[in-house]
Design a protein around this ligand. Structure first.
Ligand code: F6P
Length: 532
């Protein structure tokens, strides 16, 4: 199948995407809907033959069987011997989901109820800090224990009616220092979010927060909560079991915001809106399970991704939400996609013979337009762009802003596809009075090659339910791409080496060890740090 797709690419790569719209049905054919959400991929070079070949690729990779295995609780994370069941966290119907013959749903729903009761107590003031009602919550976590709730808290700010939440992740003391500086320890609650409860950044920040709180609060433990898979470690930290919310090893860190790791979000927006977020995710799960591949949004997103990266060879993709509140979405997706699919060994231990997942990057529009879009339009590299925008914003008094935002979003995908020819550029320069060599020289700088692919995801408005759908959409896209590439999307061995070496460098930096076994560059850098 790979060679069929490469052959298709070889014969179609120079054709005009714009010309494909000679087919009046192109938009209808190459867009798909899920409820009120619309995914348009007609501004790509994919045609019916390509789509058929891509769908066959997914079929031949055993996507349907592997999807059933994931939802069925099989241990598809083979390098860690774990099931992959973040979908169970949003299974509000309680349909049985079994791992090793045990239905995990009663436990999942019981934890959800405990979270809801606690969140409600925090919001109502039934649970208090030493100085009274909790005004601020600090979530201390990193990676999957930070990016999900931090991204969603910002995305759903119009729905916040609970305490303010702050997210501290970096071991750089600047991060926690700036957050603590504005807060009153007697009305602040700290949530230590760490699946393993060993992550050095998180434990260092948690200890600093505890020390800060101890200056004003007698029983600091009473203002701490923990989200973790390791109850022994949370107990050793002195956090009462009533404020510990656990989850099982079948929830991967970057897939964990649906469960206890989402506690800060739940405190901010309330249990009902958090349930709406879960139910949005669950509705996307049902769509992913049931829709035919050629109409299935996660599958289509993945196939477009595979086409652009593995077949066309475009090494990156840009995620460009035209939504200021989705400002952390690109960072969230960077972890989701690159920690999941940035692998060079296939499931069976062999070398991957195709490129692994692409580099994902982005920023909200319109800001990016005044920065890096120059390269997207005129650089030598093709960057497939993934636009997303709501039909309606939340600032009803500023509807004209939203209209401009939407106009810009749609204009960008149009500009990328259409481009501007040399003749058009010449005409413009001639109209400005230029002639001869100068006209030619200036015109060449104003050419847009065009024919650059993009997709657009549109939806009515960004609500908790919609955000749940969008996040689940991207999660399943990662799964589908991983299945097609034949890799394990659920481990992350690539983060380990750096962690080990950092631990080994710590005593060298403070002069307790000499570091003689280090390379000359590392020794030189250590020496510079020590002398400054
Ligand atoms: O270092 C990578 C990683 O393990 C991520 O996969 C994870 O989301 C993050 O660190 C945080 O881990 P934990 O929740 O165990 O602190």
């Amino acid at each position: 199948m790979w060679s069929t797709l490469k052959d298709i690419h070889a014969t179609t790569k120079d054709r005009s995407i714009l010309d494909l719209f000679a087919d009046d049905d192109r938009f209808a054919t190459f867009s798909a809907r899920f409820g009120e959400m619309l995914f348009d991929y007609s501004k790509t070079n994919i045609d019916a033959t390509t789509l058929d070949a891509l769908v066959s690729l997914a079929e031949s990779a055993g996507l349907a069987e592997k999807r059933a295995a994931m939802f069925g609780g099989e241990k598809i994370n083979e390098t860690e011997g774990r099931a992959v069941l973040h979908t169970a966290l949003r299974n509000l119907s309680g349909r049985a989901v079994t791992v090793d013959g045990v239905d995990v749903m009663p436990e999942v729903l019981a934890t959800l109820s405990r979270m809801e009761a606690f969140a409600e107590d925090v919001r109502s003031g039934a649970y208090q800090g030493q100085g009274g009602k909790i005004t601020d919550v600090i979530n201390i976590g990193i990676g999957g224990s930070d990016l999900g709730p931090a991204m969603a808290y910002r995305a759903l700010s119009p729905f916040r009616d609970g305490p303010r939440c702050h997210y501290v992740s970096n071991v750089d003391g600047a991060d926690i220092a700036e957050v603590l500086a504005g807060l009153d320890p007697t009305t602040t609650m700290v949530i230590v979010a760490s699946k393993t409860f060993t992550t050095i950044e998180t434990m260092t920040n948690a200890a600093t927060a505890q020390k800060w709180m101890a200056e004003k609060v007698t029983d600091t433990g009473a203002q701490f909560a923990a989200l973790s898979s390791d109850p022994d470690k949370t107990a050793a930290w002195g956090i009462d079991a009533s404020r510990v919310f656990g989850f099982e090893d079948w929830v991967g860190g970057r897939y964990s915001m649906w469960g206890p790791i989402g506690l800060s979000l739940m405190i901010a927006i309330g249990a009902d809106d958090f349930r709406a977020f879960l139910s949005g995710g669950d509705s996307m799960d049902q769509h992913f399970l049931n829709a035919p591949f050629a109409e299935n949004l996660p599958v289509l997103l993945a196939l477009v991704g595979i086409w652009h990266n593995q077949i066309c060879g475009y090494p990156t993709r840009a995620v460009l939400p035209y939504d200021q509140r989705l400002g952390r979405l690109p960072a969230y997706l960077q972890q989701l996609e690159m920690e999941s699919n940035g692998k060079r060994v296939s499931m069976d231990g062999g070398d991957l013979t195709i490129a692994s997942g692409p580099i994902v990057w982005g920023e909200p529009g319109t800001n990016g337009q005044h920065a890096f879009y120059q390269l997207i339009h005129q650089g030598t590299q093709v960057v497939p762009c993934e636009f997303m925008v709501a039909a309606k914003g939340h600032e009803s008094a500023l509807a004209h802003h939203h209209q401009l935002l939407v106009a810009n979003c749609l204009a960008q995908s149009e500009a990328l596809m259409r481009g501007r020819s040399l003749d058009e550029a010449r005409t413009r320069m001639a109209a400005k009075g230029l002639t001869g060599d100068e006209l030619e020289r200036q015109a060449r700088h104003r050419v847009f090659p065009g024919n650059r692919p993009s997709t657009t995801l549109v939806y009515p408005q960004l609500t908790p339910e919609r955000l749940g759908q969008i996040i689940a959409l991207y999660e399943h896209r990662v799964f589908v791409e991983g299945v097609i590439l034949g890799i394990n999307s659920y481990d992350q061995w690539g983060v380990e080496l750096g962690k080990e070496l950092a631990l080994a460098l710590d005593p060298i930096l403070v002069g307790k060890e000499d570091g003689a076994d280090k390379d000359a560059s590392t020794r030189g850098l250590v020496s510079y740090i020590q002398t400054h």
